[in-house]
Design a protein around this ligand. Structure first.
Ligand SMILES: Nc1ncnc2c1ncn2[C@@H]1O[C@H](COP(=O)(O)OP(=O)(O)OP(=O)(O)O)[C@@H](O)[C@H]1O
Length: 280
């Protein structure tokens, strides 16, 4: 089954074509990586897929549904979760609370009338209902949150000694690598059909990178569908089923890691701009 289908995406910034007619698909259980030199449009492409930016042209189909232009929170509810290049966490909340927030799209009792949020006239009714539920704290909400705590625990366990002992620590006290782990745990908490990761190992040392690679391989083995932007080519080659290479906003090559590694256009794009990225 095709989880994500991107058709002819375009997005310009002040005349600069950051993404210029990009099309690709992600099948269920696949890991697809997007690579390319700096400024080639990778993050913009992820932003278009995950609703952070609206495309000037093109369509995004998620699980067969046209979701072009939907906001990120609606996409999260539909099953598309993402992380950001710079590791966004809520600094004053604990690690466990950050992960709990990732479960918001799955809450039912705590978010009555959530589906009315997109209807301008009824939006306030939905907000009022959520506030009332928060103030009254009915047993159904307590039960739901207690159930969700088990999910938070299991996400923290995924990162073992790195996050488990720090569950109650404020996120601003974490190392950079642990913030990235917290962000991944938060994105996974809702059980997304598609996990979108923007440079999950950015700023990590080789040991930390190897650890994240193992965790991503475990996720892949468990059947998680992943779309990934990453500069670390060794990680991309080990993890990906397919690799998409962007240059100047267009797809210049796509295929298995081996096909892409040996593609002359890819070698040229990298050697012209970032010498050590691709090893022939
Ligand atoms: N909000 C923006 N406003 C103006 N220009 C932008 C904006 N976002 C991206 N760009 C430009 O679009 C082009 C593509 O940027 P993008 O961040 O998508 O590339 P990238 O491949 O992710 O780069 P990197 O590997 O450095 O993260 C770049 O020239 C960038 O300067």
């Amino acid at each position: 089954m095709t989880v994500l289908e991107v058709q002819g995406l375009r997005r310009s910034f002040a005349g600069l074509r950051a993404v210029d007619g990009v099309s690709f698909g992600v099948e269920q259980g696949e890991v697809v990586s997007v690579i390319g030199p700096n400024g080639s449009g990778k993050t913009t492409a992820l932003n278009l897929v995950s609703g952070v930016l609206r495309p000037d042209e093109g369509r995004v189909l998620f699980q067969g549904r046209d979701v072009t232009g939907l906001r990120p929170e609606r996409l999260a509810e539909a099953g598309l979760s993402r992380t950001f290049q710079n590791g966004r966490v809520f600094g004053n909340l604990s690690v466990a609370e950050n992960v709990l927030i990732g479960l918001t799209p799955t809450l039912r009792a705590a978010r009555p009338l959530a589906r009315w949020r997109d209807i301008p006239v009824l939006r306030w009714v939905s907000l009022l209902a959520e506030t009332a539920v928060a103030l009254v704290d009915p047993p159904s909400v307590r039960r739901e949150l207690a159930e969700r705590e088990a999910e938070v625990e299991s996400q923290l366990d995924r990162f073992g000694d790195r996050l488990r002992p720090r569950a109650e620590a404020a996120a601003h006290t974490l190392s950079y690598a642990n913030r990235r782990r917290t962000e991944i745990a938060r994105a996974l908490a809702s059980g997304p059909a598609l996990l979108v990761l923007d440079e999950p190992t950015a700023g990590m040392n080789p040991v930390e990178t190897a650890e994240v690679l193992e965790q991503l391989l475990a996720l892949k083995a468990a059947g998680q569908t992943i779309l990934l932007v990453e500069h670390k080519i060794d990680l991309v080659m080990r993890l990906s089923d397919r690799v998409l290479v962007l240059d100047a906003g267009t797809v210049i090559a796509s295929g298995s890691p081996d096909e892409v590694r040996n593609d002359p256009r890819v070698i040229e794009a990298y050697l012209g701009k970032r010498r050590p990225a691709v090893r022939p």
